[in-house]
Design a protein around this ligand. Structure first.
Ligand code: HEC
Length: 306
């Protein structure tokens, strides 16, 4: 365990910890499959999907080893799809597999045997998936609840978060896949994720559900964290400091939401209004960061000799 903790600290970016050595780093860490999400026309259902989309993208949903390693649903189901490059020591067999009854992530479910299964594409045909997604069958919510609280040792999710995750998974569909199969994993994508999560937070605090809003803000901060780790070069100290200040403001908003203080809503609005400037500052320096494919490949080589 000590060795694992050390190696996690050494990796220039955490994603390198769960990418197969055989994978092309520019592909595996520089891009993601496009999302096949059909946002429902009904605004109430669309709002649920946005809650689930944000919850899917933060380790704050989970607990134990997964949360500490920075693993979230989207680590394995990239953009709601699959991840053929995933390889986590003690969890995976072949690349693209994971044992979700593994004792490394779970103190509840460890069955003591290696049982890695291919990570399914959650945006594949519903008929090919194991868990019936028909809302009437009430199979999907208990399955996801078990993943969060038992497999990944997470705290009890709020009812809105659990319903949101199920709504998000149901809204993934092969019919909604864009023509382009992959898109860059970059500042624009992560900032867009963060803003969507914060808009979900605004809706939830307006509806009086501050605990769900707190997780939505955590999701935005998780996405900012994925930018932060790629801006560690000394030359990028200024944009990184501004990014960290923006994340610290979100931490204050989380505390305000937790204490039901009325200033959380205007602060969220102010953060969103200021975010295009932060994004522009980061994007202007992106080519000097580990979002640059050549720099990323170099960092991966240093990390993974041979
Ligand atoms: C460590 C990688 C990993 C993480 C993290 C992960 N999953 Fe999965 N997921 C898998 C694997 C592997 C399976 C297939 C298990 C099987 O076949 O028995 C799976 C199966 C599923 C299924 C069922 C698919 C079907 O065939 O019907 C759903 C739904 C799902 N995951 C959603 C989630 C959600 C929501 C989260 C976050 C709470 C999550 N997963 C986190 C690897 C992961």
């Amino acid at each position: 365990m000590a060795a694992r903790a050390t190696s996690l600290g050494d990796a220039p970016i955490r994603g390198l910890e769960w990418v197969a050595k055989t994978a092309d780093p520019a592909r595996a860490l520089g891009s993601v499959p496009t999302e096949c999400l059909k946002v429902p026309a009904d605004p109430a259902l669309a709002a649920k999907v946005e809650i689930g989309r944000a919850a899917f993208r933060t380790q704050a949903l989970l607990g134990g080893q997964a949360a500490r390693a920075g693993v979230n649903c989207e680590t394995c189901h990239r953009n709601g799809r699959t991840n053929p490059d995933f390889l986590f020591p003690g969890i995976s067999g072949a690349p693209g597999t994971a044992d979700v009854t593994s004792s490394l992530f779970s103190t509840h479910r460890g069955n003591g045997i290696d049982d890695p299964k291919p990570i399914p594409d959650l945006s594949g045909p519903k008929g090919k998936l194991k868990i019936d997604q028909d809302p009437g069958q009430k199979k999907l919510e208990p399955f996801i609840h078990g993943l969060i609280t038992e497999e990944f040792d997470g705290p009890e999710p709020t009812p809105a978060v659990l319903a949101g995750l199920a709504a998000y998974v149901r809204a993934l569909s092969p019919a909604a896949c864009p023509a382009k199969t992959r898109e860059p994993l970059d500042v624009a994508l992560l900032m867009s994720d963060a803003r969507r999560a914060l808009k979900a937070a605004q809706a939830q605090t307006a509806a009086g559900d501050d605990p769900t809003a707190v997780l939505m803000v955590a999701s935005a901060r998780s996405r900012l964290g994925l930018i932060d780790e790629r801006y560690a070069a000394p030359a990028l100290a200024k944009p990184r400091a501004d990014l960290r200040a923006a994340s610290a403001r979100l931490a204050t908003i989380q505390a305000d939401l937790h204490d039901h203080r009325p200033n959380a809503a205007p602060e969220l609005a102010a953060w969103l209004a200021a975010s295009p400037r932060l994004e522009a500052e980061l994007a202007a320096r992106q080519s000097q960061s580990l979002f640059d494919p050549a720099r990323l490949a170099q960092a991966a080589k240093r990390r993974l000799p041979g």
